[in-house]
Design a protein around this ligand. Structure first.
Ligand code: PRP
Length: 212
């Protein structure tokens, strides 16, 4: 049995649909109840929903054999897991954003508000730019509006949140999407089952890309 940690929420719904297309469905998951773990012994799979940012922890510690995590989480926390496949879902990008007319003053340290301090530090250190990180947990766009920071490093999907707050994407740090990850020990001991799952998901991803 392969134990799968799925991210709760909108992304999780499309991730589960992909598992279903790949032949790893679990009909009981659609029932409205408070169960936390859903099993389909015939398909050799069990699922549980966790907070998206916790998926990598479950997988790293072996509570799940595989899981689906955003590339943002993998870059930020660098969990000790294998990244097996780009699921091409939840596509967005990590950006520097700020007021449209923002002009950086290299004479002073740049104040950067973000939920992703490691990604921000890595990016600015590659530019040799000195920064002051302001680590927030949400509603990052507020920081430049209230003068708490000069810019933000955050996820941009449609760009609507920025636009509606009179902010603009200034630089793209990296594209992001959902990735299939695996626990390193499980991957070794359940290699055949995991490889079969990865290949079936890869086929389903390809089909999805071809669909209009
Ligand atoms: C993310 C991100 C932006 C928003 C971008 O927030 O932090 O606020 O999505 O999406 P858009 O470009 O389509 O407008 P999330 O919904 O994860 O909530 P948060 O406030 O906890 O960061």
């Amino acid at each position: 049995m392969i134990h799968v940690a799925l991210p709760k929420g909108r992304l999780g719904e499309s991730v589960y649909a992909l598992f279903e297309q790949a032949g790893y469905g679990c009909p009981s998951i659609r029932e409205k109840n408070r169960k936390l773990i859903f099993e389909n012994p015939e398909a050799g799979v069990s699922f549980f929903w966790v907070k998206p940012s916790d998926v990598a922890i479950y997988v790293e510690r072996g509570a799940a054999d595989v899981g689906v995590a955003g590339k943002d989480i993998l870059l930020e926390y660098a969990p000790d897991v294998y990244e097996l496949l780009d699921l091409n879902l939840g596509r967005c990008r990590m950006c520097v954003a700020g007021p449209e007319d923002f002009l950086d003053d290299p004479a002073r340290s740049l104040r950067v508000a973000t939920k992703f301090p490691n990604i921000a530090r890595g990016y600015y250190s590659s530019l040799s730019r000195e920064i002051d990180i302001i680590h927030l947990n949400g509603s990052i766009e507020l920081a430049p509006l209230l003068g708490l920071s000069d810019v933000i490093v955050d996820i941009v999907e449609t760009g609507k949140t920025l636009l509606e707050n009179h902010l603009a994407p200034l630089e793209t740090i990296t594209p992001l999407s959902a990735r299939l990850i695996a626990n390193k020990v499980s991957y070794k001991f359940q290699y055949d089952e995991t490889a079969r799952l990865r290949d079936a998901l890869a086929q389903a991803v390809k089909k999805g890309e071809k669909a209009p």
